[in-house]
Ligand binder design. Structure first.
Ligand code: ADP
Ligand code: MG
Length: 234
């Protein structure tokens, strides 16, 4: 992304963000509430238009390409599974109608994905028959089942308790690695960003303050804001 910006009327949600993410890399987007993290993801997903700058995937300008034609998967903060469908059918439906995949292939892919997330045994359960953590795994599985090249995760574990968050984030990262996905992982939790990201992008008020490895961010914060936010020693 080059000079990416987004205004909502008088509100500058994102200003002049330039970064490039390598294939297979996981970048954590870290910033306080309102810093523009979700706006950046939504632009990448095609759900929001940038008002300045350009977004390129592998050199191809994404302007005007609708969400379903982009090679991206989005894991939302507030996931919505179909309550009347089993875990397996939630994944299968997305593949058959979103990706026009033949039924047998979609079922096989859905099963494989649920297995990778450790919930293969729950394939026949409906969301109401699962715990919060299990439902979240299904929602993540539904996004990852597409095997999109770029995976966008917007605070995918908010609402879970601390122990479950750590457990799930380890699994998500392992899965992203296994699939070779390029990922942007949004969080407002500095420890989570440091644990998940190959590099961490720190946002403040729509601006990219620093993009570096977790060690660099911690040892050499580029601004007072970054130092305070990640809790570096003075
Ligand atoms: P974050 O995800 O980091 O909390 P957001 O990207 O959601 O931040 O929001 C960044 C800024 O843009 C905030 O000031 C927010 O109020 C504003 N904003 C986001 N979406 C809209 C919208 N659809 N209309 C108006 N303002 C918006
Ligand atoms: Mg947000």
């Amino acid at each position: 992304m080059v000079g990416l910006g987004r205004d909502f009327g008088p509100v500058r949600a994102l200003a002049d963000v330039t970064m490039s993410v390598a294939p297979g890399e996981i970048v954590a987007l870290l910033g306080p509430s309102g810093s523009g993290k979700s706006t950046l993801l939504r632009i990448c997903a095609g759900l929001e238009e940038a008002t300045a700058g350009r977004l390129l995937f592998g050199g191809a300008d994404q302007a005007g390409i609708p969400p379903h034609q982009r090679d991206v998967a989005l894991v939302f903060q507030h996931y919505a599974l179909y309550p009347h469908l089993s875990a397996l059918d939630n994944l299968t439906l997305a593949l058959r109608y979103g990706r026009k995949m033949p039924k047998a292939q979609a079922v096989a892919r859905a099963r494989e994905t649920l297995d990778m997330l450790g919930i293969g045994a729950l394939a026949r359960r409906r969301p109401a028959q699962m715990s919060g953590g299990q439902r979240q795994r299904v929602a993540i599985g539904r996004a990852l089942a597409r095997r999109a090249r770029v995976v966008l995760l917007d605070e995918p574990m908010s609402g879970l308790d601390a122990k479950l968050r750590v457990e799930l984030r380890v699994e998500i990262v392992a899965l992203l690695r296994r699939l070779g996905s390029t990922a942007l992982f949004v969080t407002h939790d500095q420890a989570e960003a440091m644990a998940v990201g190959d590099r961490v992008a720190v946002l403040d008020a729509g601006r990219l303050e620093q993009l570096d490895t977790p060690d660099e961010i911690y040892d050499r914060p580029a601004s007072r804001f970054v130092a305070t936010f990640v809790g570096s020693p003075p």
